[in-house]
Design a protein around this ligand. Structure first.
Ligand code: PLP
Length: 411
């Protein structure tokens, strides 16, 4: 049978598992514990057979969502978590030990940056590199390098990492390659195609899409042989060596650390995921149209959006993502504009942090997320006082353009 498309696969995913009464959604399983009729079966599940024992390690509802993410990423397995940060924390803390070396992109989500600070405090040595430049990544390599981490598109500067170049190099070097695919989603880009080992998605963003549930996921692409990776504990060196890393993430990250996604939120995120393609196509079209409009506006100094010819990695973005460039953009207004007055004039956009939502959200960066780091560090990072991060939603494009135009006209 021909392989079904992205949306067909997702909308028919739950009912394929044979749910009672022909239900089209996997039920929201509320049970904390799972009882067994046969003691031998109970022992078998504790010893690694597929099944459910205690909800901290997952339920049939989270498993149904995991199956969808695995299909979207064309991977071989997924573990979901209570948030994207829980997924990232589980990945780093399960797979790295004191004395290991991690190479990370310097253009990463602020909370991930903070998480890596915690990891460094526990003895993991971290080199921050410019992931848009393969040579910068390669120069950081040491014999004790265990892992390379990058995001696909950076927030809020929208830098596009050399995802394929880094992936080929990691494969040659035998390094674990972890890619945070949150801003692109598996619709625009499959990190597996760039030889990633593990793919992280914050499900709170595009995959859920409705701003009504936090979740995260780690997907195993099945491309990495963990048998030579020194940090896999003996009990998890069972079955195909391509699966050992994710098994350890599940055992350490869910069973031991407990950052588990609840069944009711898993249901909401799964329902949101059914329309990922429709929402994302609209978001990407809206974003490109708005970016083009604002780039030619006299009160806008600069628009950072990978779909624009003026973007430093535009050609790479076309090669990796095709004709869709995501929903995030950075906008630098004329420095003469009072950014708070401008924001207060907006009538459609919501002044809110978060991204990948159905609603268009705007946030001034220097006064919020980058406030703590002070003016000097902000200047180094190119974050001016009128730098806005905008996450484009699915509204009617005339309303988005009109809202910017009226607020700019008064500023
Ligand atoms: C939001 C975000 C996260 C964290 O996800 P949460 O679900 O909010 O914990 C991680 N990485 C990126 C790139 C993000 O944008």
């Amino acid at each position: 049978m021909a392989k079904n498309g992205f949306t067909t696969t997702i909308v028919h995913s739950d009912r394929r598992s044979g749910i009672e009464h022909g239900a089209i959604h996997q039920p929201m399983h509320a049970s904390t514990e799972y009882a067994f009729a046969d003691a031998r079966e109970l022992a078998a599940v504790f010893q690694g057979k597929a099944g459910f024992t205690y909800a901290r390690q997952g339920t049939p509802t989270t498993a149904a969502l995991e199956a969808k993410i695995t299909q979207m990423e064309e991977g071989v397995g997924t573990v979901t978590f209570a948030s994207g940060m829980a997924a990232l924390a589980a990945t780093f803390f399960s797979l790295l030990k004191s004395g290991d070396h991690l190479i990370s992109s310097q253009h990463i989500f602020g909370n991930t940056n903070s998480l890596l600070g915690t990891l460094a405090g526990l003895g993991v040595d971290i080199s921050f590199v410019d992931a848009t430049d393969l040579a910068s990544v390669q120069a950081a390599w040491r014999p004790d390098t265990r892992m390379v981490f990058t995001e696909t598109l950076a927030n809020p500067g929208t830098q596009v990492a050399d995802l394929a170049g880094i992936g080929n190099w990691c494969r040659d070097k035998g390094l674990v390659y972890v890619v945070d695919n949150t801003l692109t989603s598996p619709l625009l880009f499959k990190p597996k195609s760039a030889h990633a080992t593990l793919v992280v998605n914050s499900l709170s963003k595009h995959i859920g899409g409705h701003g009504n549930g936090l979740g995260g996921a780690v997907t195993n692409t099945g491309l990495f042989d963990w048998s030579a990776y020194p940090n896999i504990a003996e009990p998890y060196r069972k079955g195909a060596p391509t699966g050992w890393g994710l098994t350890q993430i599940k055992k350490k990250g869910l069973r031991d650390m407990g950052g588990t996604l609840s069944s009711d939120v898993a249901h909401r995120l799964g329902a949101g995921a059914e329309t990922l393609v429709l929402r994302m196509n609209r978001i990407c079209a809206n974003a490109l149209a708005l970016a083009q409009h604002l780039e030619s506006h006299s009160r806008v100094m600069r628009v950072h959006y990978p779909g624009l010819d003026s973007h430093a990695q535009h050609e790479r973005a076309v090669a990796l993502f095709g004709a869709r460039f995501g929903g995030l953009m950075g906008i630098e207004l004329d420095p003469a504009i009072d950014v708070f007055d401008f924001l207060n004039r907006l009538r459609v956009l919501a002044l809110a942090t978060h991204l990948g939502d159905n609603r268009t959200l705007v946030l001034p960066m220097a006064q919020t997320i980058y406030y703590e780091m002070g003016p000097e560090r902000r200047a180094q990072m190119g974050i001016s006082d009128t730098f806005l991060r905008v996450s484009i939603g699915i509204e009617d494009i005339e309303d988005l353009i009109g809202d910017f135009d009226q607020a700019l006209a008064q500023s």
